[in-house]
Design a protein around this ligand. Structure first.
Ligand SMILES: Nc1ncnc2c1ncn2[C@@H]1O[C@H](COP(=O)(O)OP(=O)(O)OP(=O)(O)O)[C@@H](O)[C@H]1O
Ligand SMILES: [Mg+2]
Length: 456
């Protein structure tokens, strides 16, 4: 990690010196200035992360310096140091954009804590600003790849739903089909994009905790409830709540969710007050909810409430038109990530990719491509870098499964030929012309091989 830079501005030499020693010992990079003018010069030469600024300075005073700093380098955190202990000055400084103030004479430990907190806060702010800037792009509809009409249909629905601000959406689809991606796109394409997107996996949180995670709890509601806590619904106010794996939500909580869906109202665990929120609720599941209803593990009324707007993501094998565009897009991403230069996919590899059934859907495809990009040294992605199970399970256009796979250690092709001749004869009850046909050989060519491999 790079060291944080601190600029100490004080006209007293001894204070400058002792602060410099102390802060350096704590691992900071420290520079010092004896006047406001010097400080501003240093600020422009090499902006620090944080400034300790004395208010009483000869010439330009601390307040004036502060104003200038905020003009020149708004990002710099300024902590004012004042000997006066005058509250008014401190308040004024805060208003001008100082982060905090500390009274002289100060305790060095106390100062260390103030500095550490200030730097941490700034780090967090930067991170939030960065995420705010990149998230919407990262999760926009444009990041969802696919050429099939099925997917295009889903995307046009997503666009409409996002704009309409319809309250409740249910996304269904097998594992790895992109349900979470769609949920995020719904949020980041909507007017709620600058409000929180809060997700929870209902299958991963124990039943006893799930209710308080969603609705929050009051102090003392249960043994561990040491203080009041807001739940997801409250924290997401104005934004979107994503209830993943909703099919695994325990029945008692389903009943409470029903009320939230009906009028966006709930009570914290242990609470007596109704809380109203403005949230869009997007849920997802890879379970067959109708079957779950039959098994009486899912409420019928909840199902109908949830799927005001249903979105169904078909499995990848039912939209094979997406396979190669997705693969190409993943190749580009992984090229960047691993510094590779894979430009395309060989014909053989293309055939395998498009014919495979992809039980793990897009997630599986992504993993396969990641592995192949890492292994590939050529410009074309070759079939040999695809996992074996893809090859052995791929179904050729003709229909019957292709059962060959080259073992990694290699094989003698004559052994393969001998074995095929044997199988052809066996499955044709020794009838040579039938067996020859099965291998697409003329009778002479077949008999030649029978001799060669000593079947005759
Ligand atoms: N159309 C798509 N374009 C680009 N990437 C996609 C697409 N669909 C899915 N992905 C990627 O595939 C992976 C799986 O997607 P996601 O997590 O959204 O699936 P899921 O349906 O929520 O799966 P699960 O049911 O297992 O939670 C993610 O890395 C996601 O970014
Ligand atoms: Mg998911």
């Amino acid at each position: 990690m790079t060291k944080s830079k601190i600029l100490v501005v004080d006209d007293e030499h001894l204070i400058r010196w002792s602060l410099e020693q102390n802060l350096k010992k704590q691992g900071y990079e420290v520079s010092t200035a004896g006047s406001g003018e010097d400080a501003l010069r240093l600020l422009q030469e090499d902006p620090p992360d944080l400034m300790l600024l004395d208010i009483q300075l000869p010439g330009m005073n601390g307040m004036e310096v502060l104003e200038k700093v905020k003009d020149l380098e708004d990002e710099v955190i300024v902590i004012m140091v004042t000997a006066l202990g005058v509250l008014e000055t401190a308040v004024k400084a805060m208003r001008l954009g100082a982060y905090d103030y500390i009274n002289k004479p100060f305790n060095l430990d106390e100062l260390a804590i103030v500095i550490k907190k200030a730097l941490e806060t700034r780090e967090l702010k930067r991170e939030v600003a960065h995420l705010r800037a990149v998230q919407p792009k990262r999760f926009s509809i444009d990041s969802i790849i696919g050429a099939s009409s099925d997917l295009q249909h889903v995307l046009s629905m997503v666009r409409k739903i996002a704009q309409s601000d319809a309250g409740t959406v249910l996304i269904q689809g097998e594992s790895g089909t992109g349900k979470e991606l769609i949920a995020k796109a719904l949020h980041y394409e909507s007017g709620r994009a600058d409000k929180p997107f809060m997700a929870i996996n209902c299958a991963a949180v124990p039943e006893t905790l799930l209710e308080s995670e969603l609705m929050g709890h009051e102090k003392g509601a249960f043994t561990d409830a040491k203080s009041q806590k807001k739940g997801l619904f409250e924290m997401a106010n104005g934004g979107t709540v994503f209830l993943d794996e909703i099919g695994d939500m325990p029945m008692p909580i389903q009943a409470k969710l029903l009320r939230v869906l009906e009028d966006r109202t709930f009570r914290r665990v242990g609470g007596t007050r109704d809380i109203h929120v403005d949230i869009r609720i997007v849920s997802a599941t890879n379970r067959d909810l109708l079957q779950a209803i039959e098994e009486t593990i899912f409420r019928n009324d909840l199902y109908y409430r949830l799927q005001v707007i249903p979105i169904f993501l078909p499995p990848l094998r039912e939209r094979r038109g997406d396979i190669l565009v997705l693969a190409q897009s993943f190749i580009e991403n992984f090229n960047k990530e691993f510094g590779k230069n894979v430009r395309g996919i060989s014909q053989a590899a293309e055939k395998i990719l498009t014919e495979y059934d992809w039980p793990g859907n897009i997630r599986e495809l992504r993993n396969v491509i990641e592995r192949a990009v890492i292994l590939e040294d050529d410009e074309m992605m070759e079939a040999e870098h695809l996992p074996r199970e893809l090859v052995s399970r791929a179904v050729p256009a003709g229909g019957s499964p292709l059962v060959f796979a080259l073992p990694p250690e290699g094989i003698d092709i004559e052994d393969v030929e001998r074995e095929l001749i044997r199988q052809a004869l066996e499955s044709s009850d020794g009838n040579q012309s039938k067996a020859a046909k099965k291998l697409n050989l003329g009778i002479d060519a077949f008999r030649y091989r029978m001799k060669k491999f000593k079947f005759l």
